[in-house]
Ligand binder design. Structure first.
Ligand SMILES: [Zn+2]
Length: 107
């Protein structure tokens, strides 16, 4: 645990704190956590869309949407390796899905 300076009031605060105890301003940690949560939601959306596309509604468009969400997660999620790996796996499933759609179209 380290001390960082609050960007609002300049006081030393814990880098684990999400708000400054002195002025109540949101810290970088809070912003980062919020950002990570946003991409976690992206990851969940990509997984749900993948499952729908793969099992229920195998159209190319849904797979493309899932790939976009997966790529955003892979690029943006820095700390959470498990989610990153999940996103890569789901992205590959979607790429295969699109491949099979095109393969069946041009038979
Ligand atoms: Zn402050």
């Amino acid at each position: 645990m380290a001390l960082i300076k609050c960007k609002e009031c300049g006081k030393d605060i814990s880098d684990q704190a999400t708000t400054c105890p002195n002025c109540g301003a949101k810290t970088e940690t809070a912003n980062k956590k919020q950002e990570q949560n946003t991409y976690l939601i992206f990851a969940i959306i990509s997984m749900i869309v993948t499952v729908i596309a793969f099992f229920i509604n195998p159209y190319g468009l849904l797979s493309i949407i899932a790939i976009i969400f997966s790529i955003v997660c892979i690029v943006k999620i820095k700390q959470n390796l498990a989610i990153k790996i999940c996103c890569i796996i789901f992205m590959l499933i979607n790429i295969f899905n699109i491949y099979f759609i095109f393969a069946s179209m041009y038979k």
